[in-house]
Design a protein around this ligand. Structure first.
Ligand code: ASP
Length: 334
């Protein structure tokens, strides 16, 4: 009898693992995120925000709303938080501005919307969704995208709204590093640890699977610290940093140029579609390719059966997922 009970428990345990179906996965950026650089208060704050974002997205799914609504709900929480490099808290360009990029894609009909290099829209993900749903275009940039967002009735803020002390200081440190590098006129330079600033930190993204089985993926970012004015990263490029079809959705974070050059998100979908790869192999292979090319970063992916992958080759990536019965999981380090 005792043996039978143990066996039953074991089966229930294994079965519950095999059955785990995720409905929402999010990331809050990849980078030099290590335990040593983290205080317990900071870690608590990140975990709390990621949990809030997951709960907001999950609530939409439970209400029977579309995966686009779930992605928006999760991303808006992170855009409004200065902890992440998206919306409030975005990083600075080399000329001291916050230039924001965002994208959304709905897998069912492959509709997509993106905005890039905008300075005044409080929630760039809302602008991307407006482009997808209310325009005949996929991508709008700069002033035109801002006029469109305003006409759509979205919240418009002064560019100063996005300013935060932490991000401003990161830009100053990077500029200092650049000056020293130029003075030494060599690439063989070594700087004290305090000068080492990660250029990418805290892009946000979400992929959701709604009750109708439809997937949506979205990404929002301030890009990379010290990026040149007008530089656009992978986040708003459909197929690079953001992609969704009826099988899988992907949102990436990291050194954007590499994700563009590998068509990262679309390549994962193609590997699954044409080579029958599972989500973990497909996603892992793309990160390996990026690493071989000298790039770094990570991504989140969710397929139509509720399987997820969250590979990255940086020290850490803020990430979390929620199962269909509301179980929340959050990870930060490797
Ligand atoms: N991928 C973003 C970009 O290159 C940055 C990041 O994810 O940290 O714009």
């Amino acid at each position: 009898m005792k043996n039978f009970t143990v066996l039953l428990l074991l089966f229930t345990f294994i079965f519950s693992f095999a059955q785990k179906k995720y409905v929402l996965v999010i990331h809050g950026g990849a980078g030099t995120i290590t335990r040593e650089n983290m205080t317990s208060e900071k870690e608590k704050a990140y975990r709390a925000k990621l949990t809030e974002a997951l709960k907001a997205g999950y609530a939409e799914i439970m209400k029977g709303k579309s995966s686009v609504d779930a992605v928006a709900a999760a991303i808006i929480i992170m855009e409004d938080s200065p902890l992440f490099n998206a919306g409030k808290g975005a990083v600075f360009t080399s000329d001291g501005k916050n230039e924001l990029d965002a994208a959304i894609m709905f897998g069912k009909d492959k509709s997509a919307g993106a905005v890039a290099a905008i300075h005044t829209v409080k929630n760039p993900i809302k602008a991307a969704i407006a482009v997808m749903q209310n325009s005949e275009h996929v991508m709008m940039v700069g002033e035109g995208a801002e006029i469109f967002a305003q006409k759509q009735g979205l919240d418009i803020v002064k560019p100063e709204y996005f300013w935060t002390k932490d991000r401003w200081e990161s830009l100053q440190k990077l500029k200092q590093k650049e000056t020293i590098k130029n003075t030494l006129k060599t690439t063989q330079y070594h700087l004290p640890e305090s000068y080492v600033v990660d250029q990418k930190f805290g892009t946000v993204g979400a992929v959701a699977l709604d009750k109708d089985g439809n997937i949506a993926a979205g990404t929002s970012t301030g890009g990379m610290t010290n990026k040149k004015y007008g530089r656009i990263g992978d986040a708003p490029i459909i197929g690079a940093g953001t992609y969704a079809n009826s099988h899988v959705g992907i949102s990436a974070t990291g050194w954007g140029e590499f994700f563009i050059r590998t068509s990262a998100a679309r390549t994962i979908a193609a590997k699954m579609e044409y080579q029958n790869k599972d989500i973990k192999s497909a996603a892992g292979e793309v990160i390996s390719e990026i690493e071989k090319m000298g790039g770094d970063g990570g991504l989140i992916a969710l397929d139509k059966d509720g399987n997820i992958a969250m590979p990255f080759n940086t020290a850490g990536m803020y990430r979390g997922a929620v199962t269909e019965n509301g179980q929340i999981e959050i990870e930060i380090y490797k």
